[in-house]
Unconditional design. Structure first.
Length: 506
């Protein structure tokens, strides 16, 4: 066991957590568990403009549902807290001062308008070694000018000073060595006096350092920031403890061109978030995997394989297996296409291995919503009969509503084909037969009814289809005798009677 392994998931609470973020967290989790390390949640909420009410709670709820537990975090606690960046203001201040004192950073007063003017003046303008002396900052201004600005309490930012033409190497566990010339980097803003808060870049690396993060496992979209982070680690003298990087491939649209977005989910009808999200401002509702009838482990298993493979063909994996087999070597460098049908396939598989008792609990809210009052035992039996047809929990209703509500209409095509002139009379005989049955088990009624059909020389297909029509209303559902046995003798008779009265063929 290596207790030095510490990884973090560091979302910004700017809205609901995207499924890609869930995958990032999952890989962090798998790696931490495998290494006997710690899995930490850090809330990166320094950008107050982008703060969204309820987003942090959503993150906590999502991981609770997925059963991915954090060892340290705002709720779990831990000795490296606070775990919300907004509560760590003073900590960052020290490092801003340290960087300024060691001349690794400088103060800049350029207004947004001035920056815009410069952008127009110089094509591909970048605030860096080649331009910084033309700007209004502590490197270019005289002492007097600086004092005057200070006196007026002019708002300023602090920028990191990137030296030009230095090779910066990022060692990435998935991508290998990524070498970047420092001249392509700009002097990023690391602190703003207006809100007294650091920007993402500073807060992120300071916290990774102070929280003793050993591995930064995050989405590929952060790869361009990594050279700057390496540079900043050097500026702060923290090279020795710099975490290892692993940038995960993007989750791509199902068609494979570009990053998977909420719009793809809306367009193709699948959720892009773990849980339902109601936007606090617009009231817009986005669907979630939980509310769409997915089992958490199916979602986890599906996500684990989007960008990593275990080295064998078996796709259904327990958490223990995934933890054991996870490796960066088997993470792909190229993006992973989001295959929604595959998500459903996983869920179908997991429904089969989940107990009827467990599934009953998940199905119950749907029954409540439909105002169906029925015993737990009955529902479990229904689920036992139809689960092999279900991909989502909602499918239990689509596949089995007739177990709870008698049909009110009858499939026209089946009526046309199977409801003969003699059918009402034959079903009348069937009612008589059923009324006399003592053992109303599926096997017993099956043999009694089949014997009767043979004896009467009736058409087996026509009788069976008419029988199903009466009980189900449509040509679907499990074995008809299982249905009859479960809804019971009385209900079977009632439904037969109702069909005889209702179905008229013109
Ligand atoms: N706050 C960043 C995000 O929202 C974190 C990136 C990182 O993991 O370094 O994804």
């Amino acid at each position: 066991m290596n207790n030095q392994i510490r990884v973090r998931f560091a979302p910004s609470p700017t809205g609901p957590l995207h499924i890609g973020g869930v995958r990032t967290a999952l890989y962090n989790y798998l790696f931490a568990k495998q290494q006997g390390g710690k899995f930490i949640l850090r809330i990166e909420d320094t950008d107050s403009n982008r703060f969204v009410e309820g987003a942090e709670k959503y993150i906590a709820d999502a991981f609770e549902w997925l059963n991915l537990e954090f060892d340290e975090g705002p709720l779990a606690g831990g000795k490296h807290g606070p775990y919300r960046q907004s509560e760590r203001k003073e900590i960052y201040q020290q490092y801003v001062t340290k960087l300024l004192n060691s001349e690794k950073a400088y103060i800049a007063y350029d207004t947004p308008e001035e920056l815009n003017t410069k952008r127009k003046e110089i094509s591909n303008f970048q605030y860096d070694a080649s331009t910084r002396m033309q700007m209004r900052n502590s490197l270019a201004l005289s002492l007097n000018e600086m004092e005057a600005l200070n006196e007026k309490r002019t708002p300023y930012v602090v920028r990191i000073k990137v030296e030009p033409d230095i090779e910066i190497t990022v060692n990435d566990l998935i991508r290998g060595e990524v070498i970047v010339n420092s001249s392509v980097l700009d002097d990023k803003v690391i602190y703003k006096s207006s809100d007294e808060l650091p920007t993402y870049h500073l807060a992120n690396i300071v916290d990774d350092h102070l929280m003793r993060i050993s591995h930064v496992i995050r989405g590929e979209e952060w790869l361009p920031s990594a050279p700057l982070h390496v540079w900043m680690y050097q500026c702060l003298g923290w090279e020795e403890t710099m975490p290892q990087f692993a940038h995960l491939p993007l989750l791509l649209k199902p068609e494979g061109n570009g990053k998977l977005s909420k719009r793809d989910g809306d367009r193709l009808g699948f959720p892009i978030f773990p849980l339902k999200w109601v936007d606090p401002q617009s009231g817009e509702v986005s669907s979630g995997y939980r509310e769409s009838g997915y089992l958490p482990h199916a979602v986890v298993n599906f996500l684990a394989l989007l960008g990593w493979n275990p080295g064998h063909d078996e796709e259904i994996m327990s958490m223990e297996e995934m933890i054991e087999l996870f490796s960066f070597d088997r993470c792909s460098k190229s993006g992973a296409k989001f295959d929604f049908e595959k998500a459903k396939w996983f869920n179908h598989q997991y429904i089969q291995t989940t107990s009827d008792e467990e599934l009953e609990k998940l199905f119950r809210p749907i029954l409540d919503e439909k105002k169906v009052i029925v015993s737990k035992e009955y529902v479990e039996k229904v689920i036992g009969l139809i689960k092999n047809r279900a991909h989502l929990i909602d499918d239990f209703w689509d596949q089995g509503s007739f177990f709870f509500i008698a049909p009110t209409s009858y499939d026209e095509k089946t009526v046309r084909k199977r409801w003969k002139a003699e059918t009402p009379e034959q079903l009348g005989e069937l009612i008589n037969l059923i009324e006399g049955v003592e053992d109303f088990s599926s096997a017993n009624i099956e043999s009694l009814i089949k014997d009767w059909i043979v004896l009467k020389q009736y058409h087996l297909g026509n009788i069976m289809n008419a029988f199903r029509l009466a009980l189900v209303g449509e040509p679907k559902g499990p074995h008809i005798f299982d249905i009859a046995a479960l809804i019971g003798q009385e209900e079977t008779i009632n439904r037969l009677k109702k069909a005889i009265i209702t179905i008229h063929k013109d």
